[in-house]
Design a protein. Sequence first.
Length: 558
Amino acid sequence: MGENTVTHDRVLTAIDKEKRVVQDYSATDVVGLIENQKLERALGYVFYFATKVVLDEIVALVYEKESTLDLLAFATYMAIGLQSAQTKWHLESFLSEAELKELAKKFYDYVEANQNSEEAKTFLKGLAQEVHDRYVTEARTKEEAEKGQKEVVSGSLTAYITLMLKEINESSLFINNKRLDNAVDAETVWGNDFGAFLRFALWCGASFQTTNPPLVKAAWDLNPKFWQQKTKEIYQQVKEAKLDGGLLTEDEQKVALLTYAVVEHSCHLMRDLYLFSEGRLGFVCYQVNPNYHNDSQRMVDEIEFVHSVMQMRLKNGYEPNISFKVPGTKAALESAKIVGAKGISLTVTLSFSVFQAVAFARVFKESKAAVNSVVIMNGRLSFPVRDHLLEENPNKKEHLLETAKYIGVDVTRHLYAKLYAKESEGALGLDPKRMRIMNASLRIYGNDIPDVLEVWGSPSITIFPNVRYALNATERTYDVNAVKKDFDADLRSSNALSEMFRQSWYVEGDDKKYTPKKVLTLEGTPEEEITSWVPIVETLTQFLASYAATKELIGFLS
């Protein structure tokens, strides 16, 4: 890591304190973690901090122990992970491909020798359900999902390992990122845009996870009994600790904890990547209550409440690996100043424009967090602009359907130059490893996925499972310079027939030919005009509905 990676003493000190503890684990410590059902910490140590000596000792100890479900799960995930993109962060620095395969084979052999117990069959049943649910989320057919589940549950753990390795090696993102993205210092890192299936995404090269109210609700619906139990446990701890919720009502705190339960589960899977990357990766996004998009204090109160919940759960003063999603509103700008000074990471959502992103980027220049992000919601921008274009220009339908696919691409490339070019060139000169553009809400257009391939080189892209799977449909070329390329002037001129597009693209100092009739700014435009802007209001409406649906679930807490 570079010396100037993270400048905030509190965050860096907390990360370093925990990292020193983890780095000092022995093989006995790691097996103890497994036996105490701290599987993710054991796996995290292996993939981000282990030495060759300790790895060999872990193998020996696992073989010495009487087989348990926990050891079998560890061995299963090791047999897969050691042949996945998870090796790129640390293990490939001292183990050859042949050595990794040899190590993976030892865990495979352990699984093969111990996979006939009733516990193993129960474990396999859970893995089969996960395969089914992931296939559904990847937009595979119902028949494919049911077939996949049936084949896993009627097979064996070793057959499951083989299936996962096959799918990983078919992944476009795995093939192109396994060795090319240079781990933490990659031009582009990508995340899992969902509340589940993170382990598979990590195997394919993901390094963070995003959630929002619809995604939290979707994850909850996959396994409500599990999430109820986890949320109850957290709720009781919070009540006993008497944590301050600020202006949050009791019900709002309950919804926050329900959301937090889903987020925390993923945080554990990536905890050690967070430590390894000094806070720049390995985070999970938690989105604040969308009802208070214009209330700075309530946003701050919710962020500080949830931050304190995870600090309590982590203990020892350790730093939560959460990036809090706030909306791209003027009120959130004020919130960003407050929590940024405390080193808390933020990700700006409900963000569709250069004017929103630049305003937050200026605030983030002063932030003491390890990393902050501004989202460009590509598809959620492109679709309303497309609809506006077609309504105003019905005689150009086919042409505009084609040009509209690149609206998010154009805004992203324009923003990239504004944020990362030199200050002497009129830009902000930011570090893309600490202030990231995050492309989200990606769309698939037939076989084309410009929201990924035409912005590759953007600091981060969060990818929904169906888009990740669709990327495998044909051979893809990932060009780290794609985001830096000039945008086609004719495409921009066509899209600029829309006032909405010009508002999303334009900021002061840009080419006057693209100036909108009504220039929007967070600082100068009335708040209600921003939150009633079509791209924002359409997405906000969905977020509010999902939040309301989640609130209906809290009756089990008392």
